[in-house]
Design a protein around this ligand. Structure first.
Ligand SMILES: [Ca+2]
Ligand SMILES: [Ca+2]
Length: 136
């Protein structure tokens, strides 16, 4: 019996499904080794495409950093205070989050009230980007 192209397609779909499942496991279980190699493979694939090279800054990086800062407005008052900025830098992997928060606010806080509002956020994002923080 000759197998048609249909079964090959079905197999491919199944493979995709499995991959999606394993991604979900990575997120929920945070269980390391197999997931890490999974991500490494995905990243290696992306690495060959322009714009996904490590260290290259993309608009996407900027958006992700911005989103991260916005997520750290934990009291949802529309401003980032120093503690919130500090937590954001810590999540970015900063070794000196307190110092980064101090510097970042000093640079970005145009009206000098000690808080970062939505208009000042762009400067803070630029500062973070300049320090080489990236989100993958
Ligand atoms: Ca806040
Ligand atoms: Ca301000």
């Amino acid at each position: 019996m000759v197998r048609g192209g249909g079964s090959a397609k079905a197999a491919a779909t199944q493979g995709k499904e499995e991959r999606r499942k394993s991604d979900k496991q990575c997120l929920s279980a945070k269980l390391a080794e197999s997931c890490r190699s999974n991500y490494a493979r995905v990243r290696a694939n992306f690495g060959t495409k322009k714009g996904f090279l490590v260290g290259e800054s993309t608009p996407q990086t900027e958006q992700l950093i911005r989103a991260l800062f916005q997520r750290h407005d934990t009291d949802h008052n529309g401003f980032l205070d120093k503690a919130e900025v500090e937590k954001a830098f810590r999540e970015l992997g900063s070794l000196l989050p307190s110092y980064r928060a101090y510097r970042g606010i000093k640079i970005a806080d145009d009206n000098g009230d000690g808080f970062i509002d939505i208009h000042e956020l762009q400067k803070l994002v630029q500062y973070a980007k300049k320090q080489g923080y990236t989100i993958t």
